[in-house]
Design a protein around this ligand. Structure first.
Ligand code: AP5
Ligand code: MG
Length: 229
């Protein structure tokens, strides 16, 4: 019998949430709910939610809590009971965090840890300035222009390299400000619950991943769910 586990990964824009999510997903077969990417998918489809999201992306601000909570409620209802998940970019406010607690409880699930990636604003700005999204190979994933091998691999496999519209200097500055004002207080929220795992995000992606896995191993003792292909 496996017990599914559930993780939150938080951190400033550019801290490496999506990079680490991809590595953790591969290791633990978690379903990843990346709210920013879910919204970008809606933009690409031209849905009403996508149209709404676009106006917030333009300014680097957060969509209303009710919209995001409804979105996660809907997706979580579709998660197989034996599979766990990782939330990348949700929650971002205290009301979202409280709603997630209620939702997991309602679904007879429990949060195991909230990983907080810690990085200075200057480092985050440098990362975002060189980020490209590799699209067209399943879920879009971030690469950096300093990683020529990753860029070549994306292109060789038929992917395309795209710059995110919100990776523009003025919008990055606003996103960092919004993170400090609205999301950083979640560190205390999860610290009080004994859930917080602060991790320096300053090393290479693999070094950060190794640190996260070592911290998780102390908390997660169940066998991860492995979907049958
Ligand atoms: P979202 O897409 O979540 O954006 P974000 O929080 O600003 O974070 P990023 O995706 O920009 O950064 P990341 O931490 O994932 O870094 P990455 O791994 O790409 O949200 C976008 C928008 O959607 C929000 O602004 C908001 O409007 C809305 N939204 C989403 N969720 C919401 C919610 N819950 N409530 C309300 N609104 C919501 O890495 C960055 C770069 O660095 C990449 O190039 C990568 O290759 C590189 N890199 C990563 N790790 C390393 C490393 N260790 N060393 C060197 N380079 C690295
Ligand atoms: Mg991301």
């Amino acid at each position: 019998m496996t017990t599914p586990f559930h993780l939150v990964i938080m951190g400033a824009p550019g801290a490496g949430k999506s990079t680490q999510s991809k590595l953790l997903q591969a290791l633990y077969a978690l379903r990843v709910y990346a709210t920013g990417q879910m919204l970008r998918d809606e933009v690409a489809l031209g849905t009403p939610l996508g149209n709404l999201a676009e106006s917030y992306f333009e300014h680097g601000t957060l969509l209303p809590d009710t919209v995001m909570i409804d979105l996660i409620t809907d997706r979580l209802a579709q998660l197989p009971p034996q599979q766990g998940c990782l939330f990348d970019g949700f929650p971002r406010t205290i009301p979202q965090a409280r709603a997630l607690d209620d939702l997991l409880h309602h679904e007879h699930r429990a949060l195991n840890a909230a990983i907080s990636l810690e990085l200075t604003d200057d480092q985050a700005i440098q990362r975002l300035g060189g980020r490209r999204m590799c699209v067209g190979l399943g879920d879009p994933f971030p690469v950096h222009i300093s990683d020529q091998a990753a860029l070549d691999d994306c292109l060789r496999r038929g992917g395309q390299l795209v710059t995110r519209p919100d990776d523009e200097p003025a919008v990055i500055a606003e996103r960092l400000h919004v993170y400090e004002a609205e999301t950083a207080p979640l560190r205390d929220y999860y610290q009080q619950q004994g859930m917080l795992i602060p991790v320096s995000a300053a090393g290479t992606p693999q070094q950060v991943h190794t640190t996260i896995v070592a911290a998780l191993q102390a908390r997660i003792t169940s066998t991860p769910y492995m979907p049958t292909k």
